[in-house]
Write a protein that binds this ligand. Structure first.
Ligand code: SF4
Ligand code: SF4
Length: 272
């Protein structure tokens, strides 16, 4: 079947979904919803109080950077203080310095990149996800925290869908998911393991599949099967993407079981 590239704006697709991952949103050991909500709320209230002119914004952005209590998990990846909530209800994350947000003034040069980079950057998900996969993530994850975690993890999305296909014994037609609330709910629960899966170390130097190398760059983690005395299993890519530190066999087996339960539930919802 011909691959259909992503045809919509992944960054701000609407219907509850929005993303700030490439602005450094999750780049901390503690990237829990509570910690990120607090940081975004602080950045929003600080920047919204500053007159919309570059010198004042640069000074306020510098202050926010200097007052940050936690260092980035990947020092090589920048964390921008201009990221915030775009609405009062704290449901949409986005750039406070974007001209559409800042009354027509472009203040993005006051962040950690030049405005021209912010304007033109697209992350690998634009090229690697298929349109139907991206639409499924948007429909199943209508909230800023979960959507950003999932839409930027192509390996996780593909891995989850592969496991469901395996369970069903045939290829998925993703168009059939959208518009079926019970199926979307099962997909949401599977994707939401990114937030809800237990037995993970909350402050480990781990973000999904990645850990920092000696230069602070993200490197992909692997499982040392020989040391654990277990064979590889189809769930393991998803287990790693969920951020499990599979350092012992019981943790790995429990994580696989958790993934399997959610995959079976999604397959069941699809078959009903
Ligand atoms: S990580 Fe990708 S989807 Fe998210 S805001 Fe950046 S470019 Fe957009
Ligand atoms: S200035 Fe650029 S990096 Fe900073 S929040 Fe805005 S878009 Fe993201």
């Amino acid at each position: 079947m011909e691959r259909v590239a992503v045809s919509f704006n992944l960054c701000q697709p609407g219907r509850g979904a929005s993303c700030g991952a490439c602005c450094g949103l999750y780049n901390f050991r503690d990237h829990s919803r509570a910690a990120l909500t607090e940081r975004l709320a602080e950045q929003t209230s600080r920047m919204r109080a500053v007159p919309r002119e570059p010198e004042a914004w640069r000074a306020a952005a510098r202050e926010l950077l200097e007052s940050r209590r936690e260092a980035p998990l990947f020092p090589a990846v920048r964390v921008c203080p201009l990221l915030g909530f775009l609405d009062e209800e704290q449901r949409q994350v986005g750039c406070l310095g974007h001209p559409k947000v800042a009354d027509g003034v472009d203040l993005r040069d006051c962040g950690v990149y030049r405005a021209s980079i912010c304007e033109t950057f697209t992350c690998p998900s634009y090229g690697w996800l298929e349109d139907a996969q991206a639409r499924l993530v948007q429909a199943a994850c209508p909230d800023w925290y979960l959507y950003g975690l999932v839409i930027t993890d192509v390996e996780f999305v593909r891995g989850c869908l592969r496991l469901i296909e395996r369970e069903l014994g045939g290829p998925l037609r993703l168009e059939q998911w959208v518009g079926r609330p019970e199926v979307l709910e099962a997909a949401r629960r599977l994707f939401a393991l990114k937030e809800t899966a237990v037995e993970r170390a909350s402050h480990a130097p781990i973000f999904g599949r990645f850990t920092p190398d000696t230069e602070g760059e993200p490197v992909s983690r692997t499982i040392n099967y020989a040391r654990l005395g277990v064979r590889a299993a189809p769930e393991d890519d998803v287990v790693l993407c969920l951020g499990y530190d599979a350092g012992d066999a019981p943790t790995l087996l429990a994580a696989r079981e958790r993934v399997q339960l959610h995959v079976r539930a999604a397959a069941r919802a699809l078959s009903d």
